[in-house]
Design a protein around this ligand. Structure first.
Ligand code: IPE
Ligand code: IPE
Ligand code: MG
Length: 246
Protein backbone atom coordinates (compact mmCIF):
# COMPACT_ATOMS: atom_id res chain seq x y z
CA UNK A 1 0.00 0.00 0.00
CA UNK A 2 3.02 2.23 -0.48
CA UNK A 3 1.03 4.75 -2.51
CA UNK A 4 -1.99 4.97 -0.28
CA UNK A 5 -2.10 7.60 2.33
CA UNK A 6 -3.00 5.66 5.44
CA UNK A 7 0.10 7.32 6.87
CA UNK A 8 0.10 11.06 7.52
CA UNK A 9 1.94 13.54 5.30
CA UNK A 10 5.71 13.90 5.78
CA UNK A 11 5.81 17.31 4.16
CA UNK A 12 3.02 19.87 4.46
CA UNK A 13 3.14 23.13 2.51
CA UNK A 14 0.80 26.03 3.26
CA UNK A 15 -0.29 29.17 1.39
CA UNK A 16 -0.99 31.30 4.46
CA UNK A 17 -3.70 33.49 2.96
CA UNK A 18 -6.33 35.73 4.54
CA UNK A 19 -4.39 37.98 6.93
CA UNK A 20 -5.62 41.18 5.29
CA UNK A 21 -9.29 40.15 5.40
CA UNK A 22 -8.93 39.06 9.03
CA UNK A 23 -7.74 42.58 9.91
CA UNK A 24 -10.19 44.46 7.68
CA UNK A 25 -13.15 42.62 9.24
CA UNK A 26 -12.01 43.96 12.60
CA UNK A 27 -11.47 47.52 11.29
CA UNK A 28 -7.72 47.07 11.86
CA UNK A 29 -4.88 47.94 9.49
CA UNK A 30 -3.82 45.01 7.27
CA UNK A 31 -0.45 44.76 9.02
CA UNK A 32 -2.29 43.78 12.23
CA UNK A 33 -3.50 40.72 10.31
CA UNK A 34 0.05 39.87 9.27
CA UNK A 35 1.18 40.12 12.90
CA UNK A 36 -1.60 37.77 13.90
CA UNK A 37 -0.42 35.54 11.06
CA UNK A 38 2.99 35.16 12.72
CA UNK A 39 1.28 33.90 15.90
CA UNK A 40 -0.73 31.46 13.82
CA UNK A 41 2.48 30.19 12.21
CA UNK A 42 4.03 29.66 15.66
CA UNK A 43 1.04 27.55 16.67
CA UNK A 44 1.19 25.61 13.44
CA UNK A 45 4.90 24.85 13.91
CA UNK A 46 4.21 23.49 17.39
CA UNK A 47 1.30 21.43 16.08
CA UNK A 48 3.51 19.92 13.35
CA UNK A 49 6.17 19.04 15.94
CA UNK A 50 3.50 17.38 18.13
CA UNK A 51 2.32 15.38 15.11
CA UNK A 52 5.87 14.31 14.15
CA UNK A 53 5.65 15.99 10.76
CA UNK A 54 9.26 16.43 9.64
CA UNK A 55 8.88 19.20 7.03
CA UNK A 56 6.68 22.31 6.91
CA UNK A 57 6.95 24.82 4.05
CA UNK A 58 5.06 28.11 4.20
CA UNK A 59 4.45 30.86 1.66
CA UNK A 60 5.09 34.19 3.39
CA UNK A 61 5.78 36.66 0.56
CA UNK A 62 5.43 36.03 -3.15
CA UNK A 63 7.38 37.50 -6.08
CA UNK A 64 4.11 39.32 -6.92
CA UNK A 65 3.53 40.75 -3.44
CA UNK A 66 5.90 43.65 -4.31
CA UNK A 67 2.91 45.01 -6.22
CA UNK A 68 1.10 45.81 -2.95
CA UNK A 69 1.02 49.34 -1.51
CA UNK A 70 4.51 50.43 -0.41
CA UNK A 71 3.52 50.75 3.27
CA UNK A 72 2.26 47.16 3.38
CA UNK A 73 5.46 45.88 1.70
CA UNK A 74 7.69 47.80 4.11
CA UNK A 75 5.51 46.65 7.02
CA UNK A 76 6.00 43.03 5.96
CA UNK A 77 9.78 43.49 5.70
CA UNK A 78 9.83 45.05 9.16
CA UNK A 79 7.67 42.24 10.54
CA UNK A 80 10.03 39.62 9.10
CA UNK A 81 13.06 41.26 10.73
CA UNK A 82 11.24 41.63 14.08
CA UNK A 83 9.85 38.10 14.03
CA UNK A 84 13.28 36.63 13.38
CA UNK A 85 14.73 38.45 16.36
CA UNK A 86 11.82 37.36 18.55
CA UNK A 87 11.22 33.79 17.43
CA UNK A 88 14.66 32.31 16.76
CA UNK A 89 15.44 31.39 20.41
CA UNK A 90 12.24 29.33 20.75
CA UNK A 91 12.79 27.76 17.32
CA UNK A 92 16.24 26.69 18.50
CA UNK A 93 14.89 25.19 21.74
CA UNK A 94 12.13 23.39 19.83
CA UNK A 95 14.61 21.78 17.41
CA UNK A 96 13.42 23.67 14.33
CA UNK A 97 15.75 24.17 11.39
CA UNK A 98 14.80 27.35 9.58
CA UNK A 99 15.48 27.72 5.86
CA UNK A 100 14.58 30.69 3.69
CA UNK A 101 13.64 29.97 0.12
CA UNK A 102 13.46 32.74 -2.46
CA UNK A 103 15.37 35.50 -4.24
CA UNK A 104 17.45 37.37 -1.64
CA UNK A 105 19.14 39.96 -3.83
CA UNK A 106 16.07 42.22 -3.79
CA UNK A 107 15.90 42.25 0.02
CA UNK A 108 17.63 44.89 2.14
CA UNK A 109 21.01 44.07 3.63
CA UNK A 110 19.51 44.12 7.13
CA UNK A 111 16.87 41.54 6.21
CA UNK A 112 19.42 39.39 4.34
CA UNK A 113 21.71 39.37 7.38
CA UNK A 114 18.78 38.44 9.62
CA UNK A 115 17.90 35.49 7.38
CA UNK A 116 21.50 34.26 7.23
CA UNK A 117 21.90 34.58 11.01
CA UNK A 118 18.64 32.73 11.71
CA UNK A 119 19.65 29.92 9.37
CA UNK A 120 23.04 29.65 11.01
CA UNK A 121 21.56 29.57 14.53
CA UNK A 122 19.13 26.77 13.66
CA UNK A 123 21.28 24.77 11.21
CA UNK A 124 22.05 22.00 13.71
CA UNK A 125 18.35 21.24 14.40
CA UNK A 126 16.49 18.35 12.83
CA UNK A 127 13.14 17.82 14.56
CA UNK A 128 11.30 19.97 12.01
CA UNK A 129 12.58 21.67 8.87
CA UNK A 130 10.65 24.92 8.43
CA UNK A 131 11.04 26.37 4.93
CA UNK A 132 9.84 29.95 4.75
CA UNK A 133 9.24 30.99 1.15
CA UNK A 134 9.93 34.70 1.06
CA UNK A 135 10.23 36.67 -2.17
CA UNK A 136 9.53 33.29 -3.72
CA UNK A 137 7.77 32.31 -6.91
CA UNK A 138 7.52 28.89 -8.52
CA UNK A 139 8.51 30.41 -11.86
CA UNK A 140 11.54 32.10 -10.32
CA UNK A 141 12.63 28.74 -8.89
CA UNK A 142 12.35 26.89 -12.22
CA UNK A 143 14.20 29.70 -14.03
CA UNK A 144 17.01 29.92 -11.46
CA UNK A 145 17.45 26.13 -11.54
CA UNK A 146 17.65 26.16 -15.37
CA UNK A 147 20.09 29.07 -15.18
CA UNK A 148 22.37 27.10 -12.83
CA UNK A 149 22.45 24.14 -15.20
CA UNK A 150 23.03 26.35 -18.23
CA UNK A 151 25.92 28.16 -16.56
CA UNK A 152 27.56 24.80 -15.81
CA UNK A 153 26.84 23.53 -19.32
CA UNK A 154 24.79 20.63 -17.86
CA UNK A 155 22.02 18.95 -19.86
CA UNK A 156 18.58 20.09 -18.70
CA UNK A 157 16.94 16.89 -17.49
CA UNK A 158 14.14 16.48 -14.94
CA UNK A 159 16.55 14.97 -12.43
CA UNK A 160 19.12 17.75 -12.87
CA UNK A 161 16.46 20.47 -12.55
CA UNK A 162 15.07 18.75 -9.48
CA UNK A 163 18.49 18.85 -7.82
CA UNK A 164 18.93 22.55 -8.67
CA UNK A 165 15.58 23.67 -7.23
CA UNK A 166 15.55 25.82 -4.12
CA UNK A 167 13.71 23.08 -2.20
CA UNK A 168 16.06 20.27 -3.24
CA UNK A 169 16.89 19.61 0.44
CA UNK A 170 13.39 18.19 1.13
CA UNK A 171 11.07 15.73 -0.63
CA UNK A 172 8.12 17.16 -2.59
CA UNK A 173 5.14 18.19 -0.44
CA UNK A 174 2.57 15.46 0.17
CA UNK A 175 -0.12 17.94 1.11
CA UNK A 176 -0.57 21.58 0.09
CA UNK A 177 -3.06 23.59 2.13
CA UNK A 178 -4.38 27.01 1.14
CA UNK A 179 -6.30 28.98 3.72
CA UNK A 180 -8.52 32.00 3.07
CA UNK A 181 -11.01 30.35 0.73
CA UNK A 182 -9.28 30.98 -2.61
CA UNK A 183 -8.68 27.95 -4.78
CA UNK A 184 -5.54 28.85 -6.70
CA UNK A 185 -1.81 28.21 -6.49
CA UNK A 186 -0.61 31.86 -6.89
CA UNK A 187 2.86 30.87 -8.16
CA UNK A 188 3.64 28.66 -5.14
CA UNK A 189 5.45 25.32 -5.63
CA UNK A 190 4.82 24.88 -9.36
CA UNK A 191 7.45 22.20 -9.91
CA UNK A 192 7.14 20.39 -6.59
CA UNK A 193 3.32 20.28 -6.55
CA UNK A 194 3.15 17.78 -9.43
CA UNK A 195 1.66 15.06 -7.21
CA UNK A 196 0.73 16.91 -4.03
CA UNK A 197 -2.75 16.49 -2.60
CA UNK A 198 -4.52 19.86 -2.37
CA UNK A 199 -6.71 21.04 0.49
CA UNK A 200 -8.54 24.36 0.60
CA UNK A 201 -9.70 25.78 3.92
CA UNK A 202 -12.16 28.65 4.26
CA UNK A 203 -10.51 29.69 7.49
CA UNK A 204 -8.44 32.88 7.27
CA UNK A 205 -4.80 32.19 8.16
CA UNK A 206 -4.89 33.90 11.61
CA UNK A 207 -7.81 31.57 12.51
CA UNK A 208 -6.19 28.39 11.20
CA UNK A 209 -5.89 26.27 14.34
CA UNK A 210 -4.99 22.69 15.30
CA UNK A 211 -8.50 21.46 14.50
CA UNK A 212 -8.25 22.93 10.99
CA UNK A 213 -4.83 21.32 10.53
CA UNK A 214 -6.22 17.98 11.69
CA UNK A 215 -9.11 18.34 9.27
CA UNK A 216 -6.63 18.84 6.40
CA UNK A 217 -4.54 15.86 7.51
CA UNK A 218 -7.69 13.75 7.87
CA UNK A 219 -8.79 14.66 4.34
CA UNK A 220 -5.30 13.77 3.10
CA UNK A 221 -5.40 10.35 4.78
CA UNK A 222 -8.61 9.58 2.92
CA UNK A 223 -7.10 10.23 -0.52
CA UNK A 224 -5.78 7.55 -2.81
CA UNK A 225 -2.50 8.67 -4.34
CA UNK A 226 -2.23 6.84 -7.62
CA UNK A 227 0.77 8.52 -9.27
CA UNK A 228 -0.62 7.59 -12.67
CA UNK A 229 -1.42 3.97 -11.81
CA UNK A 230 -4.85 2.38 -11.57
CA UNK A 231 -6.59 1.76 -8.27
CA UNK A 232 -6.28 -2.01 -8.75
CA UNK A 233 -2.51 -1.73 -9.06
CA UNK A 234 -2.39 -0.13 -5.65
CA UNK A 235 -4.45 -2.85 -3.92
CA UNK A 236 -2.39 -4.81 -1.40
CA UNK A 237 -1.07 -8.13 -2.76
CA UNK A 238 -2.99 -11.09 -1.28
CA UNK A 239 -0.81 -12.91 1.21
CA UNK A 240 -0.71 -16.56 0.05
CA UNK A 241 -0.31 -17.90 3.60
CA UNK A 242 -3.41 -16.02 4.77
CA UNK A 243 -5.38 -17.42 1.82
CA UNK A 244 -4.38 -21.01 2.68
CA UNK A 245 -5.26 -20.62 6.34
CA UNK A 246 -8.71 -19.26 5.55
C1 IPE B 1 -1.45 36.48 3.01
O1 IPE B 1 -2.53 37.25 3.44
C2 IPE B 1 -0.13 37.05 3.42
C3 IPE B 1 0.63 37.66 2.32
C4 IPE B 1 0.35 37.57 1.06
C5 IPE B 1 1.79 38.44 2.70
P1 IPE B 1 -3.12 38.40 2.54
O2 IPE B 1 -2.43 39.67 2.92
O3 IPE B 1 -3.05 38.05 1.11
O4 IPE B 1 -4.60 38.43 3.03
P2 IPE B 1 -5.90 38.72 2.15
O5 IPE B 1 -5.91 37.70 1.05
O6 IPE B 1 -5.76 40.12 1.61
O7 IPE B 1 -7.03 38.57 3.10
C1 IPE C 1 -0.35 34.16 -1.97
O1 IPE C 1 -1.33 35.00 -1.47
C2 IPE C 1 0.99 34.53 -1.41
C3 IPE C 1 1.17 34.34 0.03
C4 IPE C 1 0.33 33.79 0.85
C5 IPE C 1 2.43 34.77 0.54
P1 IPE C 1 -1.86 36.27 -2.28
O2 IPE C 1 -2.91 36.86 -1.46
O3 IPE C 1 -0.71 37.14 -2.66
O4 IPE C 1 -2.46 35.60 -3.60
P2 IPE C 1 -3.45 36.20 -4.68
O5 IPE C 1 -2.88 37.50 -5.12
O6 IPE C 1 -4.78 36.37 -4.03
O7 IPE C 1 -3.50 35.16 -5.75
MG1 MG D 1 -4.36 37.14 -0.14
Amino acid sequence: MANQTSAGPSHIAIVMDGNGRWATRRFLPRIAGHKQGVDSLNRCVRACIDRHIPVLTVFAFSSENWNRPADEVSGLMELLAMSLAREVPSLVSNGVQLRFVGERQQLSERVREGLAQAELSTAGNSRLILNVCFNYGGRWDIAQAAQQLASRGEPITEQALDRAMALAHVPDPDLIIRTGGEQRISNFLLWQAAYSELHFSDKLWPEFDEAALDEAIGAYRGRERRFGKTSAQLAPAVDRHDTKAA
